[in-house]
Design a protein around this ligand. Sequence first.
Ligand SMILES: [Zn+2]
Length: 235
Amino acid sequence: MKPNKLLILIFLILVSFSVSAQKLNILVVTGGHDFDRKLFFEMFDTFQGISYTEFQHPEANLRLGSIDPKTFDAVVFYDMPKTISETEKKSYYKLLKLGKGLVFLHHSQCSYQDWDEYKTIVGGKYHEEKNTPQTSTYQHDVTFTVKISDSKHPVTKGIQDFEILDEVYGNTEVLPGVTPLLTTDHPQSSKIIGWTHQKENSRIVYIQPGHDKNGWLNPNYQNLVRQAISYVSKK
Ligand SMILES: [Zn+2]
């Protein structure tokens, strides 16, 4: 082999090592709410450098606690189960202790209505209880403007305010300690619709839009989800 070919070979090996070092492996947790699986996962297929494995309920929570932590960087939740056992809760405590990045999308803030600690993990809560001052609301197929609160944050970097056709949630609880990333002025929506915070050792991001393909196929939404995954993964 000529010396210049050898150099090229060494260069290519180094490049492939650095690419594989940056590659992120994520878990995507689903179940408890219907969705168009094909179009939802097409969004993840567009994310270069991010590979995913789906965990579905009812097994998902126990699998989160038993999987080798070295095999994944972050977990994306697009699920909405109603109940959780004490054993399953331990999987969440383990993720937080390990500092695994957590991204919660859309209806995942409605999960586990009776598990009070859950909202301190997500950073907010959609309240399903009926006819109280806290009762949250929803409205499908609303066109609204998503406003970027901090254009320098790694989750929102390079993204301008944008319009989206999606479901809005109103009168949701947003915990005071979170850092807002996304807001809207739509009257049927809560003002803060995306945020980040830290819980124990984990970085956490919540993004409210994402009911269906109108959100998932929106390039700005895709960028938000992709950059949220990178940010919480701390690589
Ligand atoms: Zn929805």
